[in-house]
Ligand binder design. Structure first.
Ligand SMILES: [Zn+2]
Length: 173
């Protein structure tokens, strides 16, 4: 469970996300590796309620992903394999929460496409996440992080207050 929050990036009244330090570092490393091209992947963890999201793992773009300045195309087949493996290891206690991607040399503001993607996931009951989350890492080589969640079918997503936590297993590595 969340413990030892290290950094409070932004304070908001509603909604909070805890991101495991090791998983956030993995995303930051990948952001830097792909810079100045865009990259991203999947967010895994659990969400006991819409206002509380715990990100424990990230999945990267995959070896056959295409990276461009303003877009990237994930290697979906590879991601599905990774997702299946993660579910297997966690005994299915993990859930898919949403996606993360970078805005190299940009800001954490969502693009029109980002907003449409979130709404699309939220509107479709067959999507794997009821209240999808979208994390944006912007800038490089210093990165700003913002995590938003679509909690209503209409309207914009809300910014979640972000805390970084270290899980006990991180320390044994
Ligand atoms: Zn974007």
């Amino acid at each position: 469970m969340p413990r030892r929050p290290l950094i409070d990036f932004r304070a908001t009244r509603r909604g909070r996300v805890w991101w495991a330090a090791a998983a956030l570092e993995e995303a930051l490393r990948e952001a830097q590796r792909a810079y100045p091209s865009e990259t991203g992947g999947l967010l895994l963890g659990w969400s006991p309620q819409p206002a509380a999201v715990v990100i424990s793992e990230v999945i990267g773009p995959g070896p056959r992903a295409g990276h461009h300045a303003r877009t990237f195309t994930p290697d979906s087949a590879w991601q599905e394999e990774q997702l299946a493996q993660a579910y297997e290891l966690a005994g299915r206690r993990l859930q898919y929460l949403g996606d993360w991607h970078t805005h190299p040399r940009g800001t954490v503001r969502l693009s029109g496409t980002d907003r449409a993607t979130l709404r699309h996931i939220a509107e479709h009951p067959d999507a794997r996440a009821d209240y999808p989350v979208m994390a944006v890492l912007a800038g490089g080589p210093l990165w700003q992080v913002a995590v938003r969640q679509q909690v209503r079918r209409r309207g914009g997503p809300r910014l979640l207050s972000l805390e970084v936590w270290e899980s006990p297993t991180d320390r044994s590595e």
